[in-house]
Ligand binder design. Structure first.
Ligand SMILES: [Cu+2]
Length: 285
């Protein structure tokens, strides 16, 4: 039973002109337009990712597509539902009334959301595990990646296959020792230092990523891989490039004033060119 006060409120809030269609229709149409424009951006591939250069990147793309279909469908249904509700329950001069919702509907969409996200997580699990926790290939080419404000420095172990010792106290870019290589360690004598990353095609690569100062990042779009470089840690990152070419390496962590021009190149070359590169670099050290 409505109290007198509720009845009085209902009368007070009743709109005098008996509702308005225009705002409701405009908002509903605007929502439909936004949905159409957003869907068009993805369906027409207006901003396509560059082609992947590893088989793992293909799996990442597949997982991305699955996620996009799931959240895209949810987005379209939710926004079109909103547009319908805005129009269906527009102001017709009626008084608003309180509703307690619908328990089973709420349980249903919570369970659907949970199942969708858990399902996507489980589907993507093996892609992530293959990249991150699978035992590394028996014979990867190791390259150490050192990031600092705002440069990348790459180090190859040289013919002995061993990286020489580093000493933070010896770091001195001005005198040509940006990594702090210890001159007294024989293992470091043949180490090769370069400012861009050159690797042979179709060989497993293992990067050892470190930072000398703040948190940086190593990101190559064509690898679909991105890894933070964290001071005090050496973080491995593995991939096997299957396409010769030059690809940009960028830092995606806001690491200081020069962040915007912190980049380098990943050069994937033939085995002969790779050996030639090592020889040339070694001669110039
Ligand atoms: Cu950086």
């Amino acid at each position: 039973m409505r109290t007198e006060r509720q009845a009085a409120n209902a009368t007070r809030f009743r709109s005098p002109d008996g509702g308005s269609v225009l705002p409701a229709v405009s908002l509903a149409l605007l929502l439909i337009l936004l949905v159409a424009a957003t869907a068009y951006v993805f369906v027409a591939h207006l901003f396509p990712a560059p082609p992947p250069i590893t088989s793992a990147a293909l799996l990442v793309d597949h997982q991305y597509d699955l996620t996009l279909y799931a959240v895209g469908a949810a987005f379209i249904l939710a926004q079109l539902g909103l547009a319908y509700m805005v129009f269906r329950y527009r102001d017709r001069g009626q008084s608003a009334h309180f509703t307690r919702g619908h328990t089973w509907m709420e349980i249903a969409w919570t369970v659907i959301t949970l199942a969708t996200f858990l399902g996507l997580g489980i589907a993507g699990n093996h892609v992530w595990a293959d990249l991150e926790i699978a035992p590394s290939s028996s014979d990867p080419i190791q390259v150490e990646v050192t990031e600092s404000q705002f440069v990348y420095t790459f180090r190859y172990p040289g013919p002995d296959g061993k990286f020489g010792r580093l000493d933070a106290n010896l770091v001195s870019p001005a005198t040509g020792n940006p990594l702090g290589l210890d001159p007294n360690d024989p293992a470091g004598k043949d180490d090769i230092v370069a400012s861009s990353l050159t690797v042979p095609v179709n060989r497993p690569i293992e990067l050892l990523i470190r930072s000398q100062d703040v948190v940086h990042n190593f990101f190559v779009r064509e690898l679909r891989l991105q890894q933070d470089a964290v001071p005090g840690m050496v973080i491995p990152m593995r991939f096997t490039p299957d396409r010769i070419g030059h690809y940009e390496i960028v830092c995606t962590q806001l690491c200081g004033l020069g962040h915007d021009h912190m980049y380098s190149m990943l050069n994937v070359v033939s085995t002969d060119d790779y050996l030639g590169f090592l020889k040339k670099q070694a001669a110039s050290q």
